[in-house]
Design a protein around this ligand. Structure first.
Ligand SMILES: [Fe+2]
Length: 202
């Protein structure tokens, strides 16, 4: 992410009265297709979405509605990145507020890059999107270097690449370390979880 992105300048998002109001998967995908022509960027969001949903269900014991919140936040977190790079995060937040989407989903998206948007992750959903975002893209980039892609990809090789500054140099190791420092799960476990849950996302 570019450091020229402007902070959002506020810490309150959405309307608490919209609790539980989400977009259907069809509506969310339609928005994604309209706002994000770049297929690779759409794949990134689908991968983060799948990992978020899986984490909510498997690790947080989330109910269906809660898991859908995690899934939706992941799916739309970078929706404005391609068309509105200088207003990244602001545009999608305003759109979701206009659509009356659940405030927790909007806050989650707003807090996926605290250094850029100036919004601190509050709850577990916020913290996990911050954890998964850069690592998901990093791991995917690593698979593209291998003929067998995700097949046989191991945690060690990802750890090694993270220590190689020239590999996927645009991925901020500082952000990854900061995000991991906010949760109790070790980095190795997060990497394995991402490999396992985004490998079949297309
Ligand atoms: Fe992202």
């Amino acid at each position: 992410m570019s450091s020229t992105i402007l902070a959002l300048g506020r810490s309150s998002f959405g309307d608490p009265a919209n609790e539980g109001k989400l977009l259907s998967q069809e509506e969310a995908i339609a928005l994604l297709n309209e706002w994000v022509p770049n297929e690779r960027l759409r794949l990134h969001m689908k991968q983060v979405s799948a990992v978020m949903k899986a984490w909510a269900l498997e690790k947080e014991g989330a109910d269906e509605l809660t898991a859908r919140k995690w899934e939706l936040a992941g799916l739309l977190h970078d929706a404005d990145w391609e068309k509105y790079p200088e207003a990244h995060c602001r545009m999608i937040i305003e759109k979701l507020e206009e659509l009356g989407v659940d405030a927790e989903v909007i806050h989650c998206i707003a807090s996926h890059g605290p250094r850029y948007f100036g919004v601190e992750p509050n709850n577990t959903m916020d913290k996990m999107i911050y954890v998964f975002d850069e690592l998901s893209g990093f791991i995917h980039a690593a698979t593209l270097m291998r003929p067998t892609r995700y097949e046989g990809m191991d945690v060690k090789s990802i750890l090694k690449k993270l220590k190689t500054p020239s590999f996927a140099a645009q991925v901020s190791r500082d952000d990854i370390n900061d995000a991991i420092g906010r949760i109790d799960t070790p980095l190795e476990e997060i990497i394995q979880f991402i490999i396992d849950h985004q490998k079949d996302v297309v």
